[in-house]
Design a protein around this ligand. Structure first.
Ligand SMILES: [Zn+2]
Length: 449
């Protein structure tokens, strides 16, 4: 399919890539034509180059089932995307943009072009933000990109309030909404969670072309409705807002009224507080490391908060000992905040080496509220922690108003954070009950050496 307007000796002074580009751009000697996308746009190429770069093209052109026809229909890839793919195959050049990254990922997987798929995934991971994270999550789900899917979920958990109010959230599939709403780690207010899943259900009703009413919303929500932690909404909000709608049936409403207004009443709704380890932590870390607050990592040793038990804070030391599988820097500890209402605590945090000598500390005060469970307390200076050596971390938390804090339970004696393994031990310095299983100090803040 040589074009008439070919210059003589166009190969002169060109590199391999430049010659390939010329062949593609001018469609010189092409021997296969693709009919692309909905518009059936035609684009020709060279079997030889395609099969040298992709095992799928190789099988298509050279295998026992090789297609001999000159035209190949590709209805699921649009011409612009195929062009980008060809440019990568012909001369290794790629400019990924947000608008094309997902279909390009699809195309590179379809033709087993692993290096290009990897570049698309990197682009997605680095370009995620509040507005696009749900779209990326859903694409990761669609293409079975489990690692990217988990990373997106983590991002959503950390930015729950904002992400759940974006239009992207209403586009999620049911399974993805379930994954978000069921998570203990989701850092969002329960009323925002309820609002968002109701909005999601309205959009689903519209998509299914069924009337938007409470009955149909319940139907499309299914199990998701019962993942909303109604008891956490508080009695006022429930009475004034939720109880007037029919999203819950009468039996469920009566149960919740009993729960809110009758002492010791039980509920079948999930009543577990979500693990809110929120902005303040990240903000205070950013203030300390403006360039890269995210390089500070958190090692969480309590997977769950004690639902119905508070922790006494009279200034006696809570402590735990730990070792680490590699050299790190300890920047401080997470502490739990007030169990009820707002409170202010005087906090001392200190790190001790294996000779019980203090190697770092801070005295500060921390204001807390019941809506956020953990707070970062940063040492004056980070402390170097030598691999395999035992250290102790201690906090003295004094509430002037006598307010208790949350406490953790089911503590893990070893925790992996990336490649770093933390092992926790009982500390002799602990005099207020904290040990490896229960108590204060839900986490350590650290950076790698
Ligand atoms: Zn999904």
């Amino acid at each position: 399919m040589a074009t008439a307007a070919l210059k003589e000796d166009w190969q002169a002074n060109k590199t391999l890539h430049e010659c390939n580009r010329y062949m593609l751009e001018n469609q010189v000697n092409c021997d296969v034509t693709f009919i692309l996308g909905e518009n059936e746009t035609k684009k020709s190429a060279h079997r030889c180059i395609l099969s040298s770069r992709s095992s799928v093209f190789f099988t298509m052109f050279c295998g026992p089932m090789a297609e001999n026809g000159e035209e190949i229909r590709v209805p699921d890839i649009e011409a612009e995307i195929f062009q980008v793919l060809l440019e990568y195959l012909y001369f290794d050049e790629i400019k990924i943009e947000a608008e094309i990254v997902l279909p390009l990922l699809y195309a590179s997987k379809k033709y087993s072009i692993h290096t290009l798929a990897k570049k698309c995934l990197q682009f997605l991971e680095q370009g995620k933000n509040i507005e696009n994270i749900c779209t990326i999550l859903e694409q990761a789900h669609l293409f079975d990109e489990n690692e990217l899917h988990s990373k997106c979920l983590r991002y959503i958990f950390e930015n729950g309030n904002e992400v759940m109010q974006t239009p992207g959230f209403t586009d999620l599939c049911k399974a993805c909404v379930e994954r978000v709403v069921e998570a203990d780690e989701l850092q969002a207010e329960e009323r925002i969670i309820l609002d968002s899943v109701l909005k999601w259900s309205e959009v689903q009703c519209n998509r299914k072309s069924i009337e938007v009413n409470e009955e149909n919303k319940r139907k499309v929500l299914g199990k998701i409705l019962h993942l909303v932690r109604f008891p956490l909404l508080g009695n006022n909000y429930f009475t004034e807002t939720v109880s007037d709608s029919d999203i819950l049936n009468d039996t469920e409403k009566v149960e919740l009224f009993k729960f809110f207004y009758k002492k010791n009443a039980n509920t079948s709704f999930i009543n577990r507080k979500r693990y809110v380890h929120s902005h303040v932590t990240r903000l205070s870390l950013k203030a300390r490391h403006p360039a890269d607050g995210s390089s500070i990592q958190t090692c969480i040793r309590f997977p769950t908060i004690h639902d119905d038990g508070s922790w006494y804070c009279g200034g006696e030391p809570d402590a735990v000992a730990f070792t680490c599988s590699q050299k790190i820097w300890i920047h401080g500890a997470l502490i739990y905040g007030s169990y009820l209402g707002e409170s202010r605590y005087d906090v001392t945090c200190a790190v001790y080496d294996n000779n019980e000598k203090e190697v770092g500390s801070i005295q500060t005060d921390v204001k807390t509220s019941e809506h956020q469970q953990t707070y970062a307390v940063l040492l004056e200076e980070p402390v170097e922690v030598v691999q395999g050596r035992k250290y102790g971390i201690l906090v003295r938390i004094t509430s002037t108003q006598g307010n208790d804090t949350y406490q953790g339970k089911n503590g893990m004696s070893s925790v992996m954070c990336g490649t770093t393994k933390f092992t926790f031990y009982r500390s002799k310095l602990s005099r207020n009950g904290t040990d490896t299983k229960v108590g204060q100090i839900p986490g350590l803040l650290f950076t790698l050496d």
